[in-house]
Write a protein that binds this ligand. Sequence first.
Ligand code: ZN
Length: 344
Amino acid sequence: MLKKSFVLIIMAACATAVAQSQGAPQAGRGGRGQGDQFPAAKQFAESKQAQQHVAAAMKIAGTDLAGEARAFCTPTGPQRPALVRQAAGQAPEPDRLLEPIRLFENLYYLGFSDVGAWAIPTSDGIILFDALNSGNEARDVLAAGLKKVGLDPAQIKYVIVGHGHNDHTGGGAYLQNTYRPRILMGAPDWTTHVANQRPDRPAMKRDADVTDRQTVTLGDTTVTLALTPGHTPGTIAMLLPVKHRGRTHTALLLSGTQMPTRASLAAFEHVFNDLAKKQNAETALSSHPDILVNKLPMMEAIGRQYPAGPHPFLYGPQRFARYLDIVLECGRARLAALEGSRAG
Ligand SMILES: [Zn+2]
């Protein structure tokens, strides 16, 4: 009970912090004063250039990706359900602790309905992506979850952090002190993370900075890291090999999809076109379910029964390349609307 209200407070605090630091959308309220991350609904609808990009996205989508294009081509793009509810003035949904989900043969989701962390077991230890909200969660959800699926948390060799907000870093100090893994994060987010520490929210000791195209190899597994600034200045993405029924596929883990400046858009174009497509990526995953391909109901279905046939999250390289193009076109649409409003 205590823990649950603690989690809700953290969630509310995180949402508020995001709203304050990034001018989060005031969905449904329209008008100006929405900060510099997202255009207002009116700006988005009335920008001719923005709507040309939306039309381009819908054309790429055809019928099979139309739902994805509609979700991405909005003034904010897809948002965490908790933020959407908050912006609409609705009461928060209770955050649920989930059983560990084996989403692929070598990829586990450990965490809650709102946010989780990822574990990749390799032949020489575990790579963890993200660290949940707190030391207690790192112990009771991450470490306990690994044990539940037969893995030893003492084998965590790397913790890679998608960006510096507390719902991804909160358990990092506990993991660092308990298991002594190497910890990697984008350089600007390390700086903010260390500066923002509080007695109840100890920071990790600064370890390695992520560089673009950096590879991390542990045993039989190599992941590629890339810089995708926008949601925060140090937001990163990771390409990772996922195994399904004896074959290896490439998944793209995105820690943010905002591209509110030309430089940010260029970084995403580079990562999508020069890295993800070249590695034949087939799916996009987020630590927050319901934003990218990993929708929560399907995650829970996979948790109950691992797919015996084709994996529903694997779009195939060609279809997924179109997915990436849609994400870029919708990003260009938002940016065009933002630039129109900045100029005016
Ligand atoms: Zn965040």
